[in-house]
Design a protein around this ligand. Structure first.
Ligand SMILES: C[S@@+](CC[C@H](N)C(=O)[O-])C[C@H]1O[C@@H](n2cnc3c(N)ncnc32)[C@H](O)[C@@H]1O
Length: 262
């Protein structure tokens, strides 16, 4: 009986892979991967029945078509009765549609399917930039989704925008959005933040010998900033937390009452 497990090798080649993910990779009948080429070279040494899904991406090709083709490739092997492992860089379930959809489809067809977590860009970001998401709260959004839907930003907490290099690409087929599309993003963000609000462009390295990028610029300069496929935009809080006096009073009353009983 075929099966599917989607695993994440983390962000840094050879340094982030969990023992469970490694075991799935080593014991699989066949591996499909969507990772950085250096990560894929390293993965091939763990299991040589290795197939990269990266060539399915194409210039001006709608990413939805690519994603469907990736699912079809993995599902064909599952239906042939193979133990299939899909390796998706970082965490396979974080800002990654293919693993979620492939697992849902495999389960719908009666196959065993599961996901193993990996270290995502989000995890590296907290470590490298010294951010604790629990300090003020942290909102994560895909940049274009933030742009085309009416979303409420909590400016008292961190806001993290993913795929910022694809900001406003509604064709889903570009490798980089245009400066006109980026200007729309900056204009929208300036409804929430002042133009000189400091934002950070973050990129964690693929190799352990490299360092991360944390470039802080004023929001208004984002249109001209150098972005890549792997850039994540970090927007720190712009406003102080405002106390909710009504709820605080309610909790104080409960606390006093409980205290009376004791
Ligand atoms: C399709 S998502 C994949 C995320 C991945 N599954 C993970 O667990 O981090 C691609 C987006 O993740 C973020 N990302 C990917 N690689 C990154 C890196 N090296 N440093 C910072 N952010 C990265 C960027 O926002 C990028 O546009």
């Amino acid at each position: 009986m075929g099966s599917l497990v989607c695993v994440g090798p983390g962000m840094i080649v050879g340094a982030h892979l969990s023992a469970r993910c490694r075991s799935h990779i080593v014991n699989a009948d066949i591996i499909f991967s969507s990772c950085h080429p250096l990560m894929e070279d390293w993965l091939k040494a763990l299991n040589n029945n290795f197939h990269s899904l990266q060539p399915l991406y194409g210039e001006n090709k709608n990413r939805r078509i690519t994603y469907q083709q990736m699912i079809t490739r993995m599902m064909s092997a599952v239906r042939e009765g193979k133990r299939v492992v899909g390796v998706f860089y970082g965490h396979p379930g974080v800002f990654a549609q293919v693993p979620h959809q492939a697992i849902a489809q495999a389960r719908e067809e009666g196959f065993t399917a599961s996901m193993e977590p990996g270290i995502s860009a989000e995890d590296c970001l907290y470590a490298d930039l010294g951010i604790d998401p629990g300090a003020y709260g942290c909102q994560h959004m895909e940049t274009t989704q933030f742009m085309i839907y009416q979303r409420v930003l909590d400016t008292c907490g961190y806001v993290i925008l993913w795929q910022v290099a694809l900001a406003g690409d509604i064709s889903l087929s570009k490798r980089m959005s245009s400066s006109a599309e980026r200007k729309v993003l900056v204009k929208l963000l300036m409804h929430f933040y002042p133009p000189d609000h400091s934002v950070t462009l973050y990129e964690c390295p693929t190799l352990i010998t490299d360092t991360f990028r944390a470039e802080t610029i004023p929001l208004e300069k984002l249109t001209e900033a150098k972005l890549s496929q792997v850039t994540t935009l970090v927007i720190p809080p712009a406003n102080r937390l405002i106390k909710n006096d009504v709820v605080s009073a309610e909790l104080a009353a409960i606390s006093k009452h409980t205290g009376d009983k004791i």
